[in-house]
Write a protein that binds this ligand. Structure first.
Ligand code: HEC
Length: 234
C-alpha cells in the first residue's frame, strides 16, 4: 500500500474518533430498545393492547387514535402533534412531559438509546411501517403484534371448555376431551377476549398460566357468558 493511502486511512480513523457525538443513530439497535414497548403496544393498525396501536403515529394529534377507549384525560387535553421532538420528550420521561398520563413507564434516560429508538420508530411508525421493519429484518413478525393475546379461535379439545362447576371455593373445569381439573378459586383467572381471535362458539378456553400447572385462565368471548356458563353445584 502506498504511503498516501495509508495516511488517508489514518486521517479517517482520527476524525471518527474525535467526533463521537456525530455517531449515527441506528434503527437496528433501536429495534432492541423498542422491546421495552411491546408489552403494551403493537405496530399493527387497530391492534390495541394496554396502550394504543402506534401504527401511523407521525403527524397525529396526541390521544387521537379513534377506536382506543382508554386514554387519560391528561393526554387527551394535549394539543401537540407526534413528531420526533415530542416523541423524544415523551419517551425520555412520560410523567414530566404530560403529568397524570396513564402510561406506566419510567422513561429511557440514555440519550443514545433514545436516539436509536427514534431512528427505528421513524420507519416503524410511517405508513405500512410494521411491514417495512419486518421486511428490513429489523424485528421478527411476531414483535410487530407486541404482546397481543394468543389466538384462541382454534383451541384444541384439551383447551376448549365443555362445562365449569363451582363448589366450595373450587372450580371444576371439564374440557372437550372429557378431562376434569379442579382449581382453587384464587388460582383460576376469569378473563374476556372479545377480539377476532378470541374463543369461538360461545365456549370459554382454558389456558395454563404460571410454571406450576396449578394456575390457569378461563377466557370467555363476552362477560355475559361468565355467569351463564359457571354452574354453582356441589
Ligand atoms: C406498561 C405499558 C406501556 C409501556 C411499557 C409503554 N407504553 Fe406507551 N402507552 C401506554 C398507555 C396506557 C398509553 C396511553 C396513555 C394515556 O392515555 O395517558 C400509552 C401512550 C403512548 C403514546 C401516545 C399515543 C397516542 O395515541 O397519543 C405513545 C407515542 C407511546 N405510548 C409510545 C411508547 C413507546 C415508544 C414505548 C417504549 C419506549 C412505550 N410507549 C411503552 C402504555 C405503555
Amino acid at each position: 500500500m502506498s504511503t498516501k493511502f495509508l495516511l488517508a486511512g489514518i486521517v479517517v480513523v482520527i476524525s471518527a474518533a474525535l467526533s463521537p457525538a456525530k455517531a449515527e443513530s441506528d434503527p437496528k439497535r433501536g429495534a432492541t430498545v423498542y422491546r421495552a414497548c411491546v408489552v403494551c403496544h403493537s405496530l399493527e393498525p387497530q391492534l390495541h393492547l394496554t396502550g394504543p396501536s402506534l401504527a401511523g403515529l407521525w403527524g397525529k394529534k396526541a390521544a387521537s387514535v379513534e377506536d382506543f377507549p382508554r386514554y387519560s384525560k391528561a393526554l387527551k387535553a394535549q394539543a401537540f402533534i407526534w413528531d420526533e421532538t415530542t416523541l423524544n420528550a415523551w419517551v425520555a420521561n412520560p410523567e414530566a412531559f404530560v403529568k397524570d398520563n396513564y402510561m406506566t413507564f419510567r422513561g429511557i434516560k440514555d440519550d443514545k438509546a433514545r436516539s436509536d429508538l427514534i431512528a427505528f420508530l421513524r420507519l416503524a411508525l410511517a405508513p405500512d411501517g410494521a411491514k417495512s421493519v419486518v421486511a428490513k429484518d429489523l424485528i421478527p413478525e411476531q414483535m410487530a403484534r407486541g404482546q397481543a393475546p394468543e389466538p384462541l379461535d382454534r383451541a384444541g379439545p384439551q383447551e376448549q371448555v365443555a362445562s365449569v362447576r363451582y363448589c366450595r371455593n373450587t372450580f371444576f373445569v371439564v374440557t372437550a376431551d372429557g378431562v376434569e381439573r379442579p382449581f382453587w378459586e384464587m388460582n383460576l383467572r376469569l378473563k374476556v377476549d372479545s377480539s377476532a381471535t378470541g374463543p369461538k362458539g360461545g365456549k370459554p378456553v382454558l389456558t395454563p398460566s404460571g410454571m406450576q400447572g396449578d394456575r390457569a385462565s378461563l377466557v370467555f368471548s363476552d362477560p355475559a357468558q361468565i355467569s351463564a356458563f359457571v354452574q354453582s353445584k356441589c
